[in-house]
Design a binder for this molecule. Sequence first.
Ligand code: SF4
Ligand code: SF4
Length: 345
Amino acid sequence: MAASVYFTPIASYQETQRIADSAKSLLKTIVEREQVELESAVPLKVHFGEKGNHTFIESKNFEGMIDYLQQQKTACCYMETNALYRGERQTRTSHVKLAEQHGFTQIPIVIADGETGDDYEDVEINKPHFATCKIGKDIANHKQLLVVSHFKGHMLAGFGGAVKQLAMGCAARGGKLAQHANAIPMINPLACKKCGACARHCPANAITIGRWSRIHKEKCLGCASCMPICQHNAIFFNPLRMTISKSFREKLAEYALAAHLGKKNLYVSFAFNLTRGCDCQGSKMKPIAPDLGVLASTDPVAIDQACLDLLDKQNGKRVFGRGRDTLEYAEQIGLGQRAYSIVSI
Ligand code: SF4
Ligand code: SF4
């Protein structure tokens, strides 16, 4: 049977109250119609937007959903993981500060992978790319998430919605790195001041400091937690090694499976501010298509497929052309299904 995707069209992101009310009504609908039993605590997995980004989905749009969960006596918090790249979201302290500056103040904020991104659980999936995935500890330890996604474009993945929010959004720093390159960070010996902080921090004793400071491949776990430790920006991830390829998208799908497996997750996607780049970009971007509305489902693959199809239909062309094979592979490995039926609310 096809998955149900519940959809409320809304023509403008400026209709904040209507968006918040619709998200609340959609959440209530999936809980009731799909007979989802709410856990006593359900974190909202969100993205706070990088500093300088103006198109992330603001927290006032989530107030209806928070209201609904609180009415159901379900404890909730905002949950996020640290970013792989340099910026305000790289450590818990600065990440929480930025989130508060961006207005995420209604409920507590939990950074699931700790101060520096190395608190994680290995979640076993036994798939072709990964036997286990490094999922942020607080995410792995919850039985249910409300996965709140901003549907828009993404430079590497083609588009970002529920599957991307699960994959990159729930992975600890090392898991993000594993998806991007399955590689290790590097030290720029010319920038290294030889303070030794990274070597003292490294859980695998994989760093040698000297004239040519370096990370030993054979010892490195790929946890990436040395990157924010270095105060001199000498540890970096080489973007040329990113695999802009099918295997990158398959890895995304496998990580998404790890964050979904065994949980009774709920998915709500906001298809507004449809930029080509993602909310990790700390710059102003212009939308490339008109706003669409709010969608909800219990199936992360179906909700992403529905977003793509509805956008294509609305615009008479493929809005986000790349990355659709991610959903095909996600379906193959059992994350969800691409067949869906739209239920208008
Ligand atoms: S923390 Fe940075 S500057 Fe210090 S030794 Fe490591 S790479 Fe060099
Ligand atoms: S060098 Fe150490 S801290 Fe850095 S990614 Fe490798 S294992 Fe983690």
